[in-house]
Ligand binder design. Structure first.
Ligand code: ZN
Length: 308
């Protein structure tokens, strides 16, 4: 499968064809999590980043870049703004966060996902986020037949979202489409909302929904993971072994994304084994079982700063 910014998988030598579409949205900064990787705003970065280790919420062995993932300079700017906004808020902290889910089912000759699957996806997320005070309610299911958007949602992201996006900062636009053979999903961050509200949301491979055909990635946790970004969480492997990492103190540093379910993996000198069971890593759905209390706190603060 060839697609903008996505490299084919499963051992096939891939050539990353990159279009400049990017998403005029949010400064789509795409860079490797490695500390040395300078963030860049150019779409060209996507092709070079594909030469590195697996960087996306992708199928095992795949090389692809999860769109919108920020490099260190972008993260620094995001965190400065975040702390500034938090400081201006009264002491009040969000306790319950209710997210209204707008399923945007984009389909072509396939992909018209049934309501039952969407309801299961909501249930998966409600279970995963139960301890974090986040709950998801179904607002609507909107079905759009558009073979072009369905087969290349990344290349057509701006047009698709501009036409379909619904609601405000507390409305989760959950697009489903065919993301090809490697990429499973991507998301925008809460701080992107102010400048690009119509681009807000997650885009998820329709076959990664519960019961889909993507073996090891078909229990709905691509949705869980991408919504984690939508709630303001970074990857557990952000910055690798050095630097501020994911801005959460109770997720041990991790040099690179975990794949599968490598129990005991420990890639950084700092204390603690890799958080391979964390939803913000890249393990199999069956391996991902937790958010930490630090991540819960961050989600609450991000919600207060950008979505409340
Ligand atoms: Zn991710």
């Amino acid at each position: 499968m060839k697609r903008a910014g996505i490299v084919s998988v499963l051992g096939m030598l891939a050539t990353a064809t990159v279009t400049a579409t990017a998403t005029g949205a949010a400064p789509a900064v795409l860079a490797a999590p490695a500390p040395a990787a300078a963030p860049t705003h150019s779409a060209a970065a996507r092709s070079t980043a594909c030469d590195g280790p697996s960087l996306a919420r992708v199928r095992a062995g795949a090389h692809a870049v999860e769109p919108h993932q920020p490099g260190r300079a972008k993260v620094t700017a995001m965190e400065k703004d975040f702390k500034n906004r938090l400081g201006k808020l009264r002491k009040q902290r969000v306790k319950a966060m209710t997210v209204r889910v707008h399923f945007q089912v984009v389909y072509g000759s396939a992909g018209n996902v049934p309501d039952a699957t969407l309801n299961k996806q909501i249930a998966v997320m409600n279970a995963a986020y139960a301890g974090s005070g986040v709950s998801f309610t179904l607002a609507e299911v909107k079905r759009t037949q558009n073979a072009t958007w369905f087969s290349d949602p990344e290349g057509n992201e701006q047009a698709m979202k501009s036409a379909l996006h619904k609601g405000n900062a507390q409305d989760l636009n959950f697009y489903t489409a065919d993301l090809g053979s490697s990429l499973l999903g991507w998301s925008t961050f809460p701080s992107d909302y102010r400048t690009q509200p119509a681009m807000d949301g997650v885009v998820i491979h329709y076959q990664s929904l519960p019961g889909g055909t993507l073996t090891n990635y078909n229990e709905g946790d691509t949705g869980t993971h991408e919504v984690g970004h939508w709630m303001g969480l970074f990857h557990t492997f952000q910055d690798g072994c050095s630097g501020p990492g994911d801005q959460v103190s109770d997720t041990p540093a991790e040099e690179s994304p975990a794949s599968g379910c490598p129990t005991g993996r420990d890639t950084c000198p700092a204390a603690g084994a890799d958080p391979i069971h964390n939803y913000m890593d890249y393990g199999y759905d069956s391996c991902m079982t937790e958010f930490t209390s630090g991540q819960t706190k961050r989600m609450q603060d991000q919600w207060a700063a950008y979505r409340a």
